[in-house]
Ligand binder design. Sequence first.
Ligand code: ADP
Length: 855
Amino acid sequence: MWGSHPDVEAPPARQHEARPEGGGTRPGEVADARLLVMGEPHSDLAGVKAMLAPLGQPVHETVDWNGELEALLDMELACILVDARQGWSVGVETALRLRDQERTRHIPLLLLATSACDRADLLRCCGLSTVDCLLEPIHPEFLRAKVGMFIELHRRERTLRAALDRAERAEAVARESERMLRTLLGNLPGMAYRCHDTPGYPFSYASPGALELTGYGPEDFTSHRVSREELIHPDDLRRVREGIQMALDARTPITLTYRIRTRTGKERWVWERGVAIHEEPQAELPILEGFITDITPLHRAEQEREELLIQARAEHGRMETIIQQLPCAVHIAEAPTGRTLAVNARAEQLLGHPMIEVRCLQDFARYRAIHADGSRYTAEEYPIARVLLTGKAQPEEEVLYDRPDGSVRVFLISAGPILDRQGQLQAVVASFIDITGLRRAERRQAFLASVSETLASSLDYEATLAHVVQRAVPVLGDCCTLDMLEPDGSIRRLAVAHVDPGRAELAWELARSYPIRLDSNGGSGAVIRTGKTQLTAEIPDHALARFARDARHLELLRGLRATSALVVPLHARGRTFGALSLGYGGPGHRYGPEEQLLAEELARRAALAVDNARLYREAQLAVQLRDEFLSVASHELKTPLTPLHLKLSALSRELPRCCVGDTRSQGLQRHVDVARRQVHKMSTLINSLLDVSRLSQGKLKLEPEDTDLGEVLAEVAAWFVPEAARVGSELRVEGETRVPGCWDRLRLEQVVTNLISNAIRYGAGRPIIARLEVETDLARLVVRDQGIGIAPEAQERIFGKFERAVSDRHSGGLGLGLYITRSIVEAMGGSIRVESRLGEGSTFTVELPRCQEGR
Ligand code: ADP
């Protein structure tokens, strides 16, 4: 019975063709309906399988209720065929058992039985759920049709199950989305809405956030108790309407910022974002959905930020104006990058180029500061960079700057930190000024001062001028020459200096071979002639050729290689007597007004020194001539005075005897006495002149001997008493009376005479005291009067030759007495001084060693 069936051998093509009836697997399709054939060991399970083969589904078989069957039952089966043809009762039992089990209860069963099977069992089995029965003879196609139906049912069930699964999942997702949406809308900072694009934009939905935002609950809006437009601030309403309309027209999202008024009347700034939902593409009135959120704090912050920005901009503008007005250059750099934050025009002006774009500290190296040896600053060496690195202020320092125009300037730079409230470095401010001119002026002043010192050091002006010429190089040029006008009108080269000593010889050679002429149209000759400075900033070669007298002259001039020249005159008291010529031999140097001023000042000082030296020489000559004249004159004057004095003495003696009884004799005697006094006075004056000429020639000779100063003073005072009395003064001698020493008596008398006669002359008729003191080896003579006194500024001067402290009206002296007195006192190894106050009198003190050295 279980034997093979002709259909089992059906070709695969037919198997496929059978699919429409049996629902077999399409090529490439994975079998989805498994079949299980069960029976007992004698059952023709292979035959059953063969009949089912055309269905194209996997068919499993089992004869036993064992572990294998358990595994098979775990699979998804479209149908179980129980072959009970060989053992009816076993088959029925199997069917019942399969219906009993949960996992197999729903799998359709097909019971294959013989027609002789027990009808009661058969009915019982068919009464079970999804059990069908097929009695013999079993036609293969019939069997396949039945099984195919089960397969189809299985498939449909599966599809249905899958659809149900999907639907369940979709529902779960939808539920989750809804929950999430509720959560989001409930927690949204603001309100979500849905409204219609009709006047007033009535809300059909408002999220719970509406209450917090507006003070109205969602239902206030959805029930239309409050319209959306009532919320909007009247001043913003028009703008909001226009904004919505524009977005709708352009079909773009609505984005608006406006004010609302809450239920309690508070004003709030809100931000709205919404879109128009066109449910039907043609619908004219779309639905608007979106949300509105409170941005009041943000708006306030924004406003504050705006205000701060305006304030900051104003402050920045003020700072900018201030730094632009500053006379110094200012550069403010951000910390820590060094990026330029602010700079004034003066900075770029001083640097000579635009500010460098600094992104990091290393970029500072692109500025052009240099060391004294010409090497560039590293980035870290710049004062501003040092503040950025250390945060510490950098005091003023001098920095050399190599400007792109080739000039090197000296800047005085200082830099300091700008800190924030926390003390953190925020920026660095550097300021600098150009002190090139100042330094140059200082150098020049120092140069002029030292030159003046040199000029004042000696009256040998030729030597000092030669020294000055040497000093002018290289301060004022590479080459310097000095030419002087001689009394005969020729010009003599006095000095030459050159940075290259070899070329100095060329300058000498030039003056020797081509003497400078006053009528020359250039150079020192022309300057001496005109007295005017000649500045030639640049000397082109053709100018040299024009100036040269011949080829050799040109060769010598070219050899000096002067490319810029400056010739300044030496003049004093309206007379030009020399010229100082300066020359640069390098392309980088050319003379300008500054150099001209300096050179002229130098020449002025030199000329003054020359003039002074000349005047001094002339004065010395004049003094010498005067002294010679005085010497001759005083000798000549003294010669007739001695016999005149003798004749008057004789006349004075003879007169009483010759004119006895003559009443006119007394008058004649007075005339003779006056004549004798005048002769004495004249002889004193002439003696003074003689002394002066002796002193000038160093011919004052002392003849020391044992002398008593007390005795000398007493004698001289006795001689002057009548004269003192004549002017109303009392002359008193005080102190020591005996002061022996070793002095030239006559000269000592001269000293005492001079002091007492001055005291009488300037004593204003008041008492005069002459006092002698002794101090071991020292004799001191003090002559004090209470007369007119001597002004402080004249107290030293009166000891000079021909010096007087009063006008001629007060005295008939020559201003020589004190000069001779001091010369004598000092020759004796002593000293003389005066203490005096105007109107209160004078005190002259002479101190003399009692024994001169060598005695
Ligand atoms: P002279 O012949 O003019 O007096 P001196 O050399 O003796 O020359 O004095 C110089 C000047 O010093 C005087 O002209 C006078 O002005 C001042 N002098 C000298 N002695 C006195 C004095 N005792 N009191 C005031 N002035 C005096």
